[in-house]
Design a protein. Structure first.
Length: 254
């Protein structure tokens, strides 16, 4: 599909918002993909789970979407079945789910226009992520990973990284965060550190946005969508960068 289909969008949100407050997911994806035109584009969704954001891209007109999710190998989590149900319901066959991690994936169709890492950047190499600020070997591991990422991006491609920053008020007070009680904060890093390492791999023009609660819609985004408020709440950020148009990543990172 290469054009917008309102009926597909309605079907998509019927699935994505099942069991949740109506309109929250719609507000979030509009925020997440603000300014991105999917029509005729290709997207790589790294660690995309059952394909929630992959199917949004397809309904928004993406020509091809690859969703990488290593946990679907063996289908023990049910992700594969959920993906197939959604694909059948939406009649979307231009979204492909592959049981690969970034390290193992090779593309034969050229680069991608949009690359998404939604709550997955720290899982690319979790042990290295923990040691990243102070360990040169860990930094080298991520430089290699980001070199691979750059090799899969077309010049001018958009990169979106969503995750929690390491610093959070509740974590600093050694109290469980009531909004994200399962987060292990030491396994995350700041968006500025990610932007610096991605910059060394050939991505540029970093923009950092801080998330707020989707239930509060635009007023919440205006009041709470800043670094200080995020630190006191969930510390969730969205980092947007662009693949350099006229320079390739240094060969030492590939």
């Amino acid at each position: 599909m290469s054009r917008l289909d309102p009926k597909s969008f309605d079907l998509y949100f019927d699935i994505a918002e099942r069991g949740t407050a109506r309109g929250n997911h719609r507000f979030y994806v509009n925020y997440l993909f603000e300014g991105i035109d999917f029509r005729g584009k290709t997207m790589l969704d790294i660690g995309g789970g059952n394909g929630t954001f992959s199917f949004y891209a397809a309904c928004a007109g993406a020509e091809k979407v690859i969703c990488l999710e290593p946990e679907v190998a063996g289908s023990s989590t049910g992700m594969n079945a959920a993906f197939e149900r959604t694909a059948s319901f939406l009649d979307q066959r231009n979204v492909q789910l592959l049981p690969h991690c970034l390290q193992d994936y090779e593309s034969s169709d050229g680069g991608f226009d949009i690359l998404l890492l939604h709550a997955s950047i720290n899982h690319l190499n979790e042990s290295a992520c923990i040691r990243l600020p102070r360990d040169s070997e860990a930094q080298g591991s991520y430089k290699q990973l980001f070199g691979k990422l750059a090799s899969l991006a077309r010049p001018g491609a958009t990169l979106l990284v969503v995750d929690c920053a390491q610093r959070n008020l509740f974590a600093d007070l050694h109290i469980k965060n009531p909004f994200l009680p399962m987060i292990e904060w030491h396994k995350h890093q700041s968006p500025t550190l990610w932007a610096r390492l991605l910059g060394q791999a050939g991505f540029t023009n970093p923009t950092i946005r801080w998330n707020s609660f989707n239930t509060l819609r635009t007023p919440g985004r205006l009041l709470l969508g800043n670094r200080v408020a995020a630190y006191c709440l969930t510390s969730v950020f969205c980092l947007t960068m662009e693949r350099q148009r006229h320079a390739s990543a240094p060969s030492s990172m590939m």
